[in-house]
Design a protein around this ligand. Structure first.
Ligand SMILES: Nc1ncnc2c1ncn2[C@@H]1O[C@H](COP(=O)(O)OP(=O)(O)OP(=O)(O)O)[C@@H](O)[C@H]1O
Ligand SMILES: [Mg+2]
Length: 263
């Protein structure tokens, strides 16, 4: 383990997630985080890694990401071929947390390298170099995804899912969310409370009109614009209405909610 990082990113727990993380890490169990966009998954991982003094290796997965992008490849350098570790291999060699964000986006062959690493073997076989790396005790694999965005083609297979312990995130309870938004934006809690209230109403519109509710991230943006001197209405339009929809009718519905709260 590395020295405890004095600069631990702010994270306000919403339940028993910090305990679960510590138990999972202590017992060499990989962790799967699910939840809507902007609800604190990435911040949680950054906070816990810093709190436990673990290096954090983050990979944002995309639909072109292959197993070789994670494990590494031979590259030609000045006439020589050199093996270069990918981020997963680097994390297995050096320890710490490897965090695969939006893992469902990655290509299917990625699961092949994750399976032996996420069961009791905890090994990473590197076919190309002939090595089999054993994950050190402080190595932890974390994946996250947003179940709302998934389509059937992009869901994880049961044999992959069942190698992880799981944790569902959602928007924090209002009193906690007010504290988060206030802390992150610097706007006082008294002015953050109505924003959280408005978000609760907007979130109730999900499924009827909206793909996703207003995230904690957007509330932080909105509060930041207000603290910077923008009017509440303009800030809400920029940070809560525009990012949520392109549809004029839906935007008009959102505007009504904003006006009902602040008009
Ligand atoms: N519990 C929390 N404590 C502190 N800040 C939080 C918390 N939850 C959300 N936030 C704030 O919300 C912002 C968005 O959170 P984060 O980036 O972790 O979302 P995410 O769940 O990883 O979203 P995505 O799925 O889009 O990557 C953070 O930058 C932080 O300001
Ligand atoms: Mg994230």
């Amino acid at each position: 383990m590395n020295a405890i990082n004095a600069d631990i990113p702010f994270y306000l727990p919403v339940g028993g997630e910090c305990e679960l993380f510590e138990h999972a890490h202590k017992n060499n169990l990989p962790l799967m985080l699910k939840g809507p966009t902007g609800c604190g998954k990435t911040r949680f991982v950054a906070h816990m890694a810093a709190r436990l003094g673990l290096d954090l290796h983050t990979v944002s997965c995309h639909d072109d990401l292959t197993a070789a992008d994670l494990t590494g490849r031979y590259l030609l350098k000045g006439g020589e071929t050199l093996w270069v570790d990918g981020p997963l291999t680097h994390a297995v060699r050096t320890g710490g947390v490897c965090y695969l964000d939006e893992v469902v986006e990655a290509r299917k062959d990625v699961t092949v390298v994750l399976h032996p690493l996420t069961d009791d073997r905890r090994i990473l076989p590197l076919e190309r170099t002939g090595e089999t790396l054993e994950a050190p005790d402080d190595f932890m694999l974390i994946v996250s995804y947003n179940p709302g965005y998934q389509n059937i083609l992009k869901s994880l297979k049961p044999s992959t899912r069942q190698r992880f312990v799981g944790l569902s995130f959602n928007y924090p309870a209002p009193d906690i969310e007010v504290r988060i938004v206030a802390q992150e934006s610097g706007l006082d809690a008294e002015h953050c409370a109505p924003l959280v209230n408005m978000a609760t109403r907007i979130r109730a519109m999900k499924d009827q009109d909206l793909e996703e509710g207003a995230s904690t991230r957007l509330l932080v943006y909105c509060a930041t614009l207000i603290r910077s001197g923008m009017s509440t209405l303009d800030a809400a339009r920029a940070a809560l209405i525009e990012p949520l929809s392109d549809d004029d009718d839906v935007k008009a519905g959102l505007e009504e909610v904003v006006l009902a709260t602040f008009g």
